[in-house]
Design a protein around this ligand. Structure first.
Ligand code: NAD
Ligand code: UFG
Length: 337
């Protein structure tokens, strides 16, 4: 019997790729999503990749009834919890919406899981919980802090989950701290689909390359990095998705543990832009601007714990990320998405 895995937020960028990798590994994904940041057609496109329809429930994680019904009806064994709001800037202007959706939503989910005797969960945390890096690479013992309400919701939820394991060793919890997910499934039919003008680097590069924005603003050329631009640990979303499958499969061996998912390699803004232009044969005009408030110079992972605990490491390069992201962008434009 395949394991049935509930993915909250499974219609989103990362969740849709996890659906594919779960199915490939012989598991059965069930998606619960309120579609506040995704489209219903994503599920059809995932279904085409895996060759069968995906079980989908349109619902909100703050709705205990729908959660309990879904957990029971589908005989869910474990949960991968991705649902949440994720825009740092928006969280500063709408903190209550972020605490409600992310923290209250997680509480409702955990209550429903306990009521249905499901006590295995993989949670989408973020490298944002490390705040300003005191040393690099960032390992899981780095002190935790944050500078915005979005990051605060991740810290609070990590704390709730640790307390839960403290209270009962029947819970098995993996806190996955992602670095910068980019790229798309190699079919080019699913990918990141931000509303309006994106704030993140790769989605903006895609807009410029597609002629939907005139130029990229490079936020800061005077950082203490090799070329002066910000350095990040970009991870291909398919590698990230496979990391979730490994974590879910090993939950029985995990009490409550935080694990980085990154490549361990830093790439600057200009390196990424150059790679994108070279791999795809397109131009990405850019202008140098002042630093963006709140940005750090460099941020990259020590991914060795993921290797020892999950038997996982990344396999896809920056070139793969640029190629697959561009294939997805062209598909999205052609389909009018
Ligand atoms: P996304 O917005 O594409 O996906 C999130 C999904 O959750 C969306 O489909 C949305 O409709 C759904 N959702 C939101 N609130 C919901 C609710 N109350 N009930 C049901 N569904 C709800 O985002 P993503 O990039 O796929 O991120 C997934 C998770 O990973 C988030 O928790 C995010 O904070 C975390 N994360 C993302 C990044 C990143 O850079 N993308 C980095 C670190 C962590
Ligand atoms: N950048 C530009 N121009 C842009 C967008 C970004 O130069 O138009 C630069 C940024 O200054 C930074 C780098 O590209 O140096 C990456 O920026 P992103 O906005 O893509 O990513 P961040 O590292 O700033 O933030 C991401 C997520 C956050 C998360 C954080 C830490 O968006 O949610 O990683 O994990 F908190």
């Amino acid at each position: 019997m395949p394991d049935t895995i509930l993915l909250t937020g499974g219609a989103g960028f990362i969740g849709s790729h996890i659906c594919v990798e779960l199915a490939k590994a012989g598991h059965r994904p069930v998606v619960l999503d309120n579609l506040c940041n995704s489209k219903p057609s994503v599920m059809e496109r995932v279904g085409r990749i895996i060759g069968r329809p995906v079980d989908f429930v349109q619902g909100d994680i703050r709705d205990g009834d729908v959660l309990r019904r879904t957990l029971r009806d589908f005989k869910v064994r474990s949960v991968i919890h991705l649902a949440g709001l994720k825009a740092v800037g928006e969280s500063v202007s709408m903190p209550l919406a972020y605490y409600d959706n992310n923290v209250v939503g997680t509480l409702r989910l955990l209550e429903a899981m306990e009521a249905c005797d499901v006590r295995s969960i993989v949670f989408s945390s973020s490298a944002t919980v490390y705040g300003v890096p005191k040393q690099l690479p960032l390992d899981e013992s780095h002190p935790l802090s944050t500078t915005n309400p979005y990051g605060q919701t991740k810290l609070v939820i990590e704390g709730i989950l640790r307390d839960l394991r403290q209270a009962s060793d029947r819970w098995h919890i993996c806190l996955l701290r992602y670095f910068n997910p980019v790229g798309a499934h190699e079919s080019g039919t699913i990918g990141e689909d931000p509303h309006g003008m994106p704030n993140n680097l790769m989605p903006f590069v895609l807009k410029v390359a597609a002629g939907r924005a005139t130029e990229l603003s490079v936020w800061g050329g005077d950082y203490p990095t090799p070329d002066g631009t910000g350095v990040r640990d970009y991870i291909h979303v398919v590698d990230l998705a496979i990391g979730h499958v490994r974590a879910m499969e090993r939950l029985d061996t995990i009490g409550c543990e935080a694990i980085n998912l990154g490549t361990g390699r830093g790439t600057s803004v200009l390196e990424l832009v150059k790679a994108f232009e070279r791999v795809n044969g397109v131009r990405v005009p850019f202008v140098m601007k002042d630093r963006r408030t709140g940005d750090v110079a460099s941020c990259f992972a020590d991914p060795s714990l993921a290797h020892t605990r999950l038997g996982w490491k990344t396999e896809r390069s920056i070139d793969d990320m640029c190629r697959d992201a561009w294939r997805w962008q062209q598909f999205a434009v052609a389909q009018g998405l």
